[in-house]
Design a protein around this ligand. Sequence first.
Ligand SMILES: Cc1ncc(COP(=O)(O)O)c(C=O)c1O
Length: 414
Amino acid sequence: MITDGTRRQFLGGIATASALAALPSGLGAADGGEGYWQTVRELFSFQEDRVPMNAANLCPTPESVANTVTDLTRSIDTDCSFQNRERFVQDRETARALVAGQINAEGDEVALVRNTSEANNIINNGIDLGPGDEVVIWDQNHPTNHVAWEVRALRRGFTVRSVTVPPHPSGPDDLIGPFRQAITQKTRVLALTHASNVSGILLPVRELSAIARRSGIHVHVDGAQTWGALDLDLKELGCDSYAASAHKWFCGPKEVGLLYVRRERIGDIWPSIVAPGWGSTAETELQGARKFESMGQRDDAALSALGDTAKFHHSIGPARVEARVRDLASLLKRSIADIGARLVTPVGDQLSAGVCIMEVASERRQLLFDAMYHDAGIAGSTSGGFRLCPHIYNTGEHVERAVRGIEKHRSLWA
Ligand SMILES: Cc1ncc(COP(=O)(O)O)c(C=O)c1O
């Protein structure tokens, strides 16, 4: 149950009627109260009895972005001539520039790949490593940033050292210490996850990057759970490469992802797929990170719609998106704790972001997950416990409904 105090704190800024009237065309100007977010929710086409709360896995796109993908796909099918497809070259560059601007990267440092899995694999396949070299990973990394390193290690003879952090860290130092201990003079790569999909823990990537980069270690970050959720500044974060998927928190088209590689590191990383666009070394230098996205015919409609999604984020403002994600996540976590359930995810902005997971015994997770979907109309996930990831298309009522549903099915977790 959500307490009155919690609800008052959350619903503190209900938008006025006049602000609401201005919203659809002027999202940036309105006051950001609950009425504002109701208007944002209405830009998405999901039904109220099938509410998505699993942004860590897949998000809906705003209806306008979905329409762009459909319209452009239809246009290609109606006329697939080079003449009709000429616009996509420019659309892709526009999307790249918009996305790069939002994360404080240069356009040449951003490759538009297919997803985080691919971006992680470009890095773990593309860095030259051999016997005597060590790669330090977090044991909570996704398989594409974990098992993939182990597979490459078998082939190339380097060593992978896996780091475990305390399950209930009391502050960032608890997370920094284990990595600091694992780094040796042989460490060449530190492969992290910004926010874990199985615990919700947010790693202090800025501090870890600073430690590693001082020793010339390449820092790769899987940002699947932070791009589109947090107001990112990759230069400030200080990593060498960063991977993410547009179809998660960014609410973008499906099967579009990004791989950021810091300019100085691009030349040292081999592409996984060599297709037209890769070119000679000199050309590659000119293309920057584009060399990682040359993989033959792409889904041009989806790549174009990425630009529309970036404009959508811009219209709300990445800082406001982050604040909303954090507000909903902390409302959810406090309310789950209030009804007596135990959280896997730490509370507090320094230690977590949008991913919220509660403890549920593995044999009962599927039952709760199904009950929440069929009974409460909330689509969650069983990753790491029972996982809910509210996002900007969710309202306070959705979160309240989720908590009521969890409370109703107490027998499945208490
Ligand atoms: C941390 C993390 N990395 C990578 C992925 C893979 O994302 P995708 O399937 O979009 O490649 C996921 C998916 O949930 C994830 O949570």
